[in-house]
Unconditional design. Sequence first.
Length: 323
Amino acid sequence: MHQDIEDFILHLATERGLSDNYQLSTRRSLESFLAWAGKVHQLSEVSQVTLDHLHNFLAHRKRAGLAASSIKLEIVALKIFFRWLTTRSRIPRDPAEVLPLPRLERYLPQVLNPPEVERLLDAPDATLPLGLRDRAMLELLYASGLRASELVGARLENLDLDHGVIRVTGKGNKTRLVPVGGKARAAIETYLQRERPELVSKRTGSHVFLTHHGKSMTTVRLWQIVKTHAARAGLDQNVYPHLLRHSFATHLLGGGADLRIIQEMLGHADIATTEIYTHVENSRLQEVHRRFHPRAKRATGDLSKSEADGRFTQPPASENTNP
C-alpha cells in the first residue's frame, strides 16, 4: 500500500501538475487511512479494502472531531486514489465509487467596502522604511485579486507595467495574465525605483517584493504586514490578504463585470467557485434595500413614529389616478 501511494503522488505531480500543497494534503489523508486500516483491520493490500472499511474509517475520523470540510477532503483523496488504482488495473473494483460526499454549508466570504479598502491602502507610510513596498503590495492585492502565494511569488520578468499586466502562477501551476490597475502600477513603479534597489543583496533573485534582508517574501510575513496596516487603518474586522481578493471580485461584480471575466482573472477552474460572489453581491443589495426602501421597512415593522404617523395622515389617492 505504501508503494501504491508513492506511485499515485508521483502521478499527481508529473501527469496532473498539481501543487505541492495538494500533494501533501492528499498524502496525509491516504497515509492516515493506511495506518488505520493496518491497525484496525490488519489490511496490507489495497485490493482488500471494501466500502465498509472506508465508511468505518470516515466514522472514526468524525468521532475524532474532524470538521465536515476536512472529511470531505479525505473522501476526495480516497475516491481519486482508488479510481486511479482501478484505471491502472491494480485492483479489480473501486470500493470508493459510491462513497458520497457530505453536503457542506456554504459561507459567504467577508469583504471590505470601497471606503474601507481606501483606508487600508492609504495606511502604509511612504516615509518609513519599507512603506513603499507595503503600499505596492496592498495595491496589487486589491487591483489584481492575487492570492497571497501568487503575490509573494511574483517575479520581475512576469511584470509588464507598460501594458499593465502581470503573469502569475496559481493553483495547479497554471499561469494567467491579470490586469494591474493604474494606482497599483504607479505604486509598484515607485517601489521599484526608490526602495527595491536598496533591498537587493548578492543572493537576491528576481522576486518583485523583498524583505529587508533582500530575500523573497513569505505568505506568513505578508499576513503580518496586512494585519499591521489594517490595525493602523482602524479596521475592526479580521483583515487578511485573501480578504482583498474577495473584495476585488465583489467590487468588480458590483460594477457590472461579467462573471466569466472575473473567473478568468481569479484563476478559478470552475465557474461555480466564482458564483459565490453573486451571492455576496445579492446579500449586499438586500441589505441596502432593507435599510433604505420604505416598503422594506414596513415589511419588517421597522417604522419610526413619524413615518407611522405620516402613513395614516396622507390623503387617499383618487381611485381614478393611474399608477
